[in-house]
Design a protein around this ligand. Structure first.
Ligand code: HEM
Length: 486
């Protein structure tokens, strides 16, 4: 009884202290330009409401409620931290451009642990810019796109072929087979076989720990994921060492011609001044694994949701099929191989992809922390505060998109340039604009082309869940019927 009594006293004191602090802070913030908002309950803040809206069918409801009360930029307290949430395209642009390096990435603790300090996703300053430029330059290069198109076609056809014998196809699982193989090919050139299977298994373990309790001792989820990352690192380190040894021997293939993969790109870079030297083998090896993390979940989700939205919109599916059939017939007549540009030149297909990425909101926001006080428009973001630049609330805002919950690929026929639009940021922007943007669009285009020219399908009822990550509740089951050959 005595113990319970003291527990209540402690809880009372903690709550009272938090309440006192919040009143004090409120008084300090009023008139300072800190956006208006509600810090919520002591300790938990507004976390419960935030998570509940993520579970609901309308994940923007958390933002919408506060936006109507406080304006497009508001303060809250979620996941144990004071955060300023921006649903304003202009404020988001400033956060993403990050001129003056005011904002640093601020991921939840488990993601930080798994990524490690030297990951491109957590680095700041000149090293991040250097690695980003190297990687982006490689992934955007026409040489890579030409070569990887053949690999993507092969993996897509293999996967689609296997659907003929399946009673029910779970799209979400199937597309992952394509995207992981392509990703590993692009980063470290591992082709299907034992090493790739090992990577698949271990990587699946790694990502399970991204969102879990931040407790690290034998048996916990986070611990198991970190151990799996160590095992993966051993394999990748061996590949990187072998490649380096070949370079040191003067092996022609590893030194001349366009780089084969991201390992080549980073190994070849010598740095450009006395301050920047070669990247270490440890740095390159661990970054190869860490770079798989943003690529692994996003792309298969985009492909799955494209299939979902098309299943629900037969008119769009029909137009997509007609456009792609025309290309297929042209290729059959000429007997030519597809060039990567053939896939990217289909206007309606690109509109379908843009619209899918707008609605799918796979990375629905980016999280940053301000390293000093900063004023954007009339808002003050105090040093040490988190900033959540929300993409989903901009993509689903009637001010920016008419009838935003409607899958409408035709809206992109009229839209201004997709690449120069603050209200459309599925790949982020500024310094950290996704280096995998063009590769992703190419991969989705190839997948859609072969899918709609090979099969008709019927999707079973399923819906999109938004928390903790975007996915289909039942993995999107479909039944397929092969189309007659041309
Ligand atoms: C539909 C697919 C994809 C979407 C929607 C997507 C989205 C994003 C977004 C929003 C960011 C910015 C994160 C931030 O600002 O903190 C980002 C960064 C990044 N993405 Fe992607 N991504 C996709 C595919 C890929 C692929 C396939 C790769 C790998 C080949 C990749 C590699 C990266 C990397 C390395 C970064 C970090 C860049 C940096 O911080 O400098 N992404 N992605």
């Amino acid at each position: 009884m005595e113990v319970i009594h003291w527990c209540w006293v402690v809880v009372g004191v903690v709550m009272g202290w938090c309440w006192y602090k919040s009143i004090k802070n409120k008084a300090k913030e009023e008139g300072s330009g800190v956006p208006r908002g509600n810090p919520g309950w002591p300790v938990i803040g507004e976390t419960i409401d935030f998570i509940a809206s993520g579970w609901s069918s309308r994940p923007v409801s958390f933002m919408e409620k506060r936006k109507s009360r406080y304006g497009k930029v508001f303060k809250t307290n979620i996941l144990g931290k004071p955060v300023i949430v921006s649903t304003d395209p202009e404020v988001n642009k400033v956060v993403l451009q990050n001129i003056g390096n005011i904002f640093i990435p601020a991921y939840p603790q488990t993601i930080t642990e798994i990524l490690g300090e030297s990951s491109i996703l957590q680095m700041n300053g000149s090293l991040q810019k250097r690695v980003h430029a190297l990687l982006g330059g490689f992934l955007r290069s026409p040489q890579l796109k030409a070569r990887i198109t053949r690999d993507i076609e092969r993996y897509v056809k293999l996967t689609l072929d296997s659907w003929k014998d399946q009673h029910i196809v779970y799209v979400q699982d199937e597309v992952r087979k394509i995207t992981f193989d392509v990703l590993v090919r692009v980063l470290v050139s591992i082709t299907p076989g034992e090493d790739l299977n090992f990577m698949k298994r271990e990587f699946a373990e790694v990502i399970k720990g991204l969102i879990c309790l931040p407790i690290k001792f034998p048996g916990t989820r986070l611990y198991k994921s970190l151990k799996a990352k160590e095992r993966l690192l051993k394999l990748v380190r061996r590949i990187v060492e072998e490649r380096k040894a070949a370079m040191d021997r003067g092996d022609h293939e590893t030194l001349k011609g366009p780089p084969n993969d991201a390992v080549d790109v980073l190994l070849r870079d010598t740095g450009d001044s006395a301050e920047t030297s070669r990247l270490s083998l440890d740095f390159i090896s661990s970054n190869m694994i860490e770079m798989m993390i943003p690529g692994e979940e996003t792309l298969p989700t985009a492909m799955t949701l494209a299939v979902k939205f098309l299943s629900d919109c037969p008119v769009a599916l029909n137009q997509l099929m007609e456009e792609n059939m025309e290309l297929k017939k042209g290729k059959a007549l000429s007997g030519e191989d597809y060039a990567w540009t053939d896939y990217m030149c289909l206007p309606f297909t690109q509109n379908v992809i843009n619209e899918t990425l707008r609605m799918a909101n796979i990375i629905n926001a980016v999280w940053r922390k301000a390293v000093k006080d900063v004023k954007i428009k009339d808002y003050l973001i105090p040093k040490g505060w988190g900033v959540m630049a929300s993409f989903i609330s901009i993509h689903m805002d009637e001010e920016n998109y008419e009838d935003p919950y409607q899958f409408n690929p035709w809206r992109w026929e009229k839209a201004a340039s997709v690449n120069n639009n603050n209200s459309y940021t599925p790949f982020g922007g500024g310094q950290r604009l996704c280096p995998g943007l063009e590769l992703s669009k190419l991969e989705i285009s190839i997948f859609l082309h072969h899918l709609v020219t090979t099969y008709r399908w019927v999707a079973k009822t399923d819906d999109v869940v938004h928390f903790p990550t975007v996915k289909m509740r039942k993995k999107l089951p479909i039944t397929v019927t092969p189309l007659p050959p041309l």
